[in-house]
Design a protein around this ligand. Structure first.
Ligand code: ADE
Length: 203
């Protein structure tokens, strides 16, 4: 991400919600109506904050990081990498007032079926996964195309020197110089690996 930012291909701005908090204590959360444990982030500070940033630029998506969102995968990352401005809201506590989700949020994303203490790590994962897809970010422009998941397959095994490591040899085919055969071998290995480890991807 640093390289992407240094090259001017990606801008990441991190904002603290606190300045939009209410009153002397800049309060951001409150007890939930109906009772129950856990505080809820209030609608007013969140809407003020979102509208402030909307007044500065137009957002293609306003994303809320939440464990009950759509599970992040490569397809979503690919789609988001084609967008311009993204606003990512990280929740804390028990969640955010439902009305904010209805009024402003265009996409809700979970990074997996586990609960984090806040959305920040999820947002960092999302920005990293999107950022590396932007043209020019990766050294070898084509390499993201061959990542695991790009064709719903895991990546095949890779090797570098030495050709013989403590008696464990690199498959002959990779040393053959026959690139058509090498491509075929890689595809077969990717299929095999996917069948063994993630058969769900092949469904
Ligand atoms: N916030 C808390 N848990 C999360 C998760 N699994 N994904 C995204 N944001 C979250």
């Amino acid at each position: 991400m640093k390289r992407a930012q240094d090259k001017g291909l990606l801008e990441v701005h991190v904002h603290d919600l606190r300045p939009w908090g209410l009153g002397k204590h800049q309060q951001l959360d409150d007890y939930q109506f109906g009772g129950g444990a856990g505080m809820v982030m209030m609608a007013e500070p969140l809407s003020n904050c979102i509208e402030h940033f909307q007044s500065e630029r137009t957002y293609d998506e306003i994303i809320f990081m939440t464990p009950d969102g759509e599970r992040l995968d490569q397809k979503i990352c690919n789609q988001l990498s084609l967008k311009g401005n993204l606003l990512i809201l990280c929740g804390h506590y028990k969640g955010i007032d439902e009305r904010i989700r209805k009024l402003y949020i265009t996409k809700e994303i979970s990074i997996g079926d586990y609960v984090l203490s806040g959305g920040e790590l999820g947002a960092a994962v999302l920005v990293d996964a999107i950022g590396r897809l932007l043209p020019g970010v990766l050294g070898d422009e084509t390499s993201a195309l061959f990542d695991s998941f790009q064709d719903n397959l895991l990546a095949p095994p890779v090797y570098t020197r030495p050709a013989d490591f403590r008696g464990h040899k690199v498959p002959d085919i990779l040393l053959s110089g026959n690139f058509k055969k090498i491509d075929e071998w890689r595809h077969e290995e990717a299929l095999k690996r996917t069948q063994e480890r993630r058969p769900d991807l092949l469904d």
